[in-house]
Ligand binder design. Structure first.
Ligand SMILES: [Co+2]
Length: 234
């Protein structure tokens, strides 16, 4: 597959963004990139999904399973989440070896100890080392550790990223401006509906003794899914 034709860039330029939204409209959640069926979910346009969602929401309320306030509160909480939660978790791991050990062995329990409820799915934290670099994708749709990161960026949902990062991770990372030495092994982790990943980046040089808060600021959302490194601003 190394000589497969290179499709358009994954990096979120204006043109890549429009390709990305076209791609997500053509292959919505639940559809595989290679879906060939002439009917079914792959053919539903975004507007149909919105109507479907509104209908299900209405039914849940009519049946008394949830009420409007609960839905509004959950949506507001979802919108308020950002990668700063994930950054706080990683910064704590850099400062506290015991917490780090728990984070790597039982991530849901570790993040719960920081007051973050991860929900019903499992979470695995993968540690970058000088020899191994980890990258996260959802090849099927857009699964993302939302409890720790908020909503995924457009490029994460794009068919270019989802298909290419597994095939040619090194060149995709280079498009993000991250060129790794050939000796570094790249591991790509494919998220699923009930399995989410978070990258534990390497702590930047020269930050020993920094506060957790200052360390958290070295972590971008991109660094927590492995398409960038943690770095000191400036
Ligand atoms: Co997914």
């Amino acid at each position: 597959m190394a000589d497969a034709p290179v499709s358009s860039s994954v990096v979120p330029t204006a043109s890549a963004m429009s390709t990305a939204s076209a791609a997500s409209a053509a292959a919505p959640a639940g559809a595989t990139a290679s879906a060939t069926s002439k009917s079914g979910p792959a053919d539903l346009a975004q507007g149909d999904y919105r109507r479907l969602q509104a209908a299900v929401e209405e039914l849940l309320i009519l049946k008394g399973i949830v009420n409007r306030d609960e839905i509004d509160r959950e949506v507001a909480a979802m919108d308020a989440r950002s990668h700063q939660r994930g950054a706080a978790v990683v910064a704590r791991a850099w400062c506290d070896p015991q917490f780090k050990a728990q984070l790597l062995s039982d991530a849901p329990a570790a993040v719960r100890s920081m007051g973050i409820e991860f929900g019903p799915m499992h979470l695995i934290v993968v540690e970058n080392t000088p020899a191994v670099h980890n990258v996260i994708v959802c090849t099927l749709c857009s699964c993302y550790p939302r409890a720790l990161m908020g909503m995924p960026p457009q490029w994460y949902k794009s068919i270019e990223y989802r298909s290419r990062v597994v095939r040619e991770p090194r060149s995709v990372l280079a498009e993000f401006g991250l060129t790794l030495p050939p000796a570094v092994t790249i591991r790509v982790h494919d998220s699923t509906a009930d399995m989410r990943y978070l990258v534990l980046p390497q702590q930047p040089e020269g930050t020993d003794g920094w506060s957790e808060q200052a360390l958290a600021e070295t972590l971008s959302a991109d660094s927590l899914v492995g398409v960038a490194l943690a770095k000191v601003a400036g």
